[in-house]
Design a protein around this ligand. Structure first.
Ligand code: FRU
Length: 499
């Protein structure tokens, strides 16, 4: 595209070309996208461009910790195999000197790839006061090189409704329909808690404030980060990632959560009517998800598989931060379902099946082990109080998944995964067996294990828990155990790195 690259962006490209090759594939997740080098957080700009899926991300390639934000970049054809591309943006303008924060992307009819992101101005003025503002900016590219718009910023705090914060105003998610372009963006209302604003534009350059779609009113945490807003199976879904929430039963945990608000949308009057609020993921590591719509009509979500509160990645790996498996979303049985993208199935091999196994004591099944596997365990006999699956297990280490019939809850526990930090290690969620036609009462657990993570999909995706852990790879045994008698069916596949 022949653009002028800033010295900041050139430097990052040099770091990438020197450092990425030093990180061996064997030290990366097998099929999850991981940071090319250094730190990564939120997924950004998850979009289709020229028939490929692009993913950008919050990126600080200089270290394994958060720092002034760049936009890293990669793409894929099948959501499984990712190709790194040179970083797309560096904080190199007065309106984003404090960082190029989260945002989104779309492909225009005339073939441009447009990025809409939050620029952070952060400096001390001559008179000693601190000037800090978040505003929405644009960059345009060809799938590889991106140039910031000379008219930036495209949305400033001046457009905000009465009492809204000009400092917490970030993470625009853009989309287009017959009427024009729209975006939702996170903000803080006069009561100090989150709200989601809707803006409209004809040309992506001039934006008009439309309405407040929903607000926390201090009920669901403080600042609402990283919104997404889309129709799904007859409902309208608003995703937000609230900061500073308080735990509530097993539904929400303390700190940053990612939640979905499901309801209806009156598009004519821009009114969102919220009907329910639930957690998106009940594990230890999930935040700031974003979705795209595939050409075949699937709504796919990807999240940052890490927590702001527990930074446990070992520095030796050279990269910090992974994304979840992209997940197909559906609204069924009155709630949001998530299932790993079907493209993953092309990478499965070596099926091992066990039917009707009775478990009374700690049991291993031949061929059922590994750290890069797709494992389904169906429980159909429930004569027990607790049933446990230990994975990533060796004499010294283990990850534990435990189902309690009495409480109807599933617990994930990484206490003995080899951690050396005193961080939150356990999380629980409510789970009930399904009534199935062929198997009667059945609790179906699908464990997607990769070298450093586990994503547990319950009952065909009605709830999910995702957690990272960095246990040595040799710990690859799987043990089933119970305090009574359980009947289980097991299907296991290895997941290869090549199709
Ligand atoms: C969410 C977030 C966003 C912000 C970005 C900064 O994790 O705090 O609100 O844009 O990270 O890296």
């Amino acid at each position: 595209m022949g653009r002028k690259e800033s010295s900041q962006l050139k430097r990052v490209h040099r770091i990438e070309s020197l450092q990425i090759q030093k990180i061996p594939q064997s030290g990366r997740p097998g099929y999850h996208m991981s940071s090319p080098v250094g730190w990564m957080n939120d997924p950004n700009g998850f979009s289709v461009f020229q028939g490929e899926y692009h993913l950008f991300f919050q990126y600080h390639p200089y270290s394994g910790a958060w720092g002034p934000m760049h936009w890293g970049h990669c793409k894929t054809r099948d959501f499984i195999k990712w190709e790194y591309l040179p970083a797309a943006m560096a904080p190199d303008e007065s309106y984003d000197e404090g960082g190029c924060y989260s945002g989104s992307a779309l492909e225009t009819e005339d073939g441009r790839h447009v990025l809409i992101y939050t620029g952070v101005a952060d400096r001390y003025l001559e008179d000693g006061t601190h000037y800090y503002r978040q505003m929405q900016c644009m960059a345009v590219g060809d799938g590889r090189d991106y140039e910031k718009f000379e008219g930036n910023p495209v949305i400033t705090g001046e457009t905000l409704p009465e009492g809204a914060s000009v400092e917490d105003f970030r993470d625009p998610k853009v989309w287009q329909d017959e009427e024009g372009c729209w975006l939702v963006v996170g903000n803080r209302a006069a009561d100090g808690s989150g709200q989601i604003l809707l803006y409209k534009s004809k040309d992506l350059e001039r934006w008009e404030f439309v309405t407040v779609l929903d607000r926390s009113e201090n009920r669901y945490g403080k600042m609402w980060e990283c919104p997404d807003f889309f129709p799904l199976d007859g409902r309208q879904i608003l995703l937000v990632s609230p900061q500073d929430m308080r735990a509530e039963a097993l539904e929400f945990h303390n700190g940053n959560n990612s939640i979905y608000l499901a309801g209806t949308y009156d598009a004519k009057n821009h009114q969102f009517h919220r009907e329910m609020v639930k957690s998106l993921d009940y594990g230890l590591d999930f935040y700031a998800p974003q979705t795209l719509l595939t050409p075949d009509g699937r709504r796919i979500m990807i999240g940052w598989m890490q927590s702001w509160d527990a930074k446990i990645a070992p520095a030796e790996l050279g990269w910090v931060g992974m994304m979840t498996i992209p997940r197909e979303l559906h609204f069924e049985n009155g709630r949001l379902y998530q299932r790993p993208v079907r493209e993953l199935e092309a990478y499965r091999s070596g099926q091992v099946v066990f039917q009707n196994v009775t478990i009374r004591e700690s049991t291993e099944l031949e061929g059922v082990r590994g750290r890069q596997i797709d494992l389904t365990v169906e429980i159909t006999g429930f004569d027990f109080e607790h049933f446990r699956i230990q994975f990533a297990s060796s004499g010294q280490y283990c990850m534990v998944l435990q189902y309690s019939t009495k409480r109807g809850c599933l617990t994930i526990d990484r206490t003995h995964s080899g951690l050396i930090r005193d961080v939150v290690c356990r999380r629980k969620m409510e789970v009930r067996p399904m009534e199935t036609e062929d198997q009667g009462r059945c609790l179906r657990l699908r464990l997607l294990l990769d070298k450093y993570s586990a994503e547990i999909f319950v009952n065909d995706g009605e709830s999910v828990m995702s957690s990272v852990f960095y246990t040595p790879q040799e710990a690859d045994r799987i043990l089933f155990d119970t305090d009574g008698t359980a009947c289980i069916h097991v299907t296991k596949y290895d997941i290869a790195e090549e199709k």
